[in-house]
Design a protein around this ligand. Structure first.
Ligand SMILES: [Zn+2]
Length: 408
């Protein structure tokens, strides 16, 4: 998950004592920009010093650090990064002391390089999705965080001991290729990072991502399930406690992902289009883990196009999208006024179709007032009826854009 919030230097974080010397700091970041839960910072206290798992975003890190060091001010011997998203790496510089080891999986550096290579793109898309001002995505994103590079990189497994506590790190790709899980066998505690949160996962995120492989999530969840943890600590949201409850919830989560994956693959092999499968695939009630963050339709498309890319077999698609003939269609319909009027008729009953019509009218005249007004109404209707934080982020971005174009 990639979660951003307005800077909150003066705010305080809540600390939760999870037993065994494990503490969780959770952000209490305010402001309208917060669309997703803040990422946690974990501290494991040992008699020879402390270990940090994930560091939250740069803006939240000072508050997390104040709250956790008030609990225990011991030296920070290691920082473990579950993956290279900015909401986990942003606070490394806050925490790192001269002798602190920074530990990550080998692909961490590749993933960091990928985000830096596309920093201009991600600055815009993060700003849109998370409701930040122009350039805000760059200011708080992974690209700007430039955390201290890892001092330890490992391939599949890495173990170390500190103050009598053994830490085992396992490569568990899922939300990112470099994702890892921290396992403390003595406490039966698994820090699962972003491979579990309280929503269907973002198998595709609208702000842009390389393919997130559904079967990686499945395998990584199996790895964690096989450890039989009694405490699971996701990097977003609350801890899950109790062996049976953990088995039940992680199994259901894995099965939900596998269900969507298998249904998509089956449909692909039967010759169904991505649109047909987006419409058709839904989770059976027993596997319905909610869609407050990830969304099934985008995930189906993410899996489909993750496997085969964008070409749909229709010969005209080779030359680009059909939006190239919107002007022709609008002309045939009698011009942008006529198209906007039809959108106006539809908006109360079918906001999505109204929205598509405004795309066509605005392709002819980007500042066409009636089309922009219907577009605003459609986007506001969709926003009111959405329970998905990422979808609402992009609807808000669309509303801001339409409002800006309506200004004289
Ligand atoms: Zn995250």
């Amino acid at each position: 998950m990639l979660a951003f919030a307005a800077p909150a230097a003066t705010q305080t974080a809540d600390v939760q004592d999870l037993g065994h010397g494990i503490y969780r700091a959770a952000g209490v970041m305010g402001g309208a920009a917060v669309r997703v839960p803040q990422s946690n910072t974990f501290m494991i206290v040992t008699r020879d010093g402390n270990v940090i798992v994930d560091t939250s975003i740069a803006a939240a890190a000072p508050a997390h650090k104040r709250a956790l060091t008030a609990v225990n001010g011991g030296p920070i011997k290691a920082i473990i990064l579950t993956h290279a998203h900015g909401d986990h790496t942003g606070g490394v510089a806050q925490w790192k002391q001269p002798s602190t080891e920074v530990i990550a999986q080998r692909l961490h550096e590749d993933f960091m390089a990928y985000q830096l290579r596309l920093r201009g793109y991600f600055a815009r898309s993060n700003a849109a999705q998370f409701g930040l001002g122009a350039g805000g995505g760059g200011a708080v994103g992974a690209a700007a965080a430039s955390p201290a590079p890892p001092t330890v990189l490992f391939e599949d497994r890495y173990a170390f001991e500190l103050g009598g506590v053994k830490f085992e790190l396992l490569h568990t790709p899922g939300e990112t290729p470099d994702h890892l899980t921290v396992w403390i066998p003595a406490f039966k505690a698994a820090f699962i990072g972003d491979n579990f949160y309280e929503s269907f996962p973002n198998l595709y995120t609208l702000r842009g991502t390389e393919t997130r492989k559904a079967l990686d999530y499945v395998e990584s969840l199996n790895t964690v399930l096989a450890l039989e943890p009694e405490l699971v600590l996701p990097s977003h949201g609350p801890a899950i406690k109790g062996r049976d409850e953990i088995q039940r919830r992680l199994t259901r989560y894995r099965d939900a992902i596998l269900y969507v994956h298998d249904a998509t693959v089956k449909g692909m092999n039967e010759g169904k289009s991505v649109l047909a499968l987006m419409r058709e695939i839904s989770l059976p009630p027993a596997l319905d883990v909610g869609e407050s963050y990830g969304k099934l339709t985008w995930s189906v498309r993410g899996i489909y196009e993750g496997y085969v890319g964008w070409y749909d077999g229709n010969v005209s698609t080779m030359f680009g999208p059909p939006s190239q003939v919107y002007e022709e269609i609008v002309k045939l319909a009698g011009g942008p006024d006529a198209v906007a009027a039809r959108a106006q008729q539809l908006v109360a009953t079918d906001a999505m179709r109204a929205l598509y019509l405004t795309d066509m009218a605005l392709a002819v005249d980007a500042r066409h007032r009636p089309a922009l007004e219907v577009r605003l109404a459609a986007l506001r209707w969709l926003d009111t009826h959405s329970n998905n934080s990422n979808e609402r982020g992009w609807l808000a971005a669309g509303i801001r854009d339409a409002e800006a174009r309506l200004k004289p």
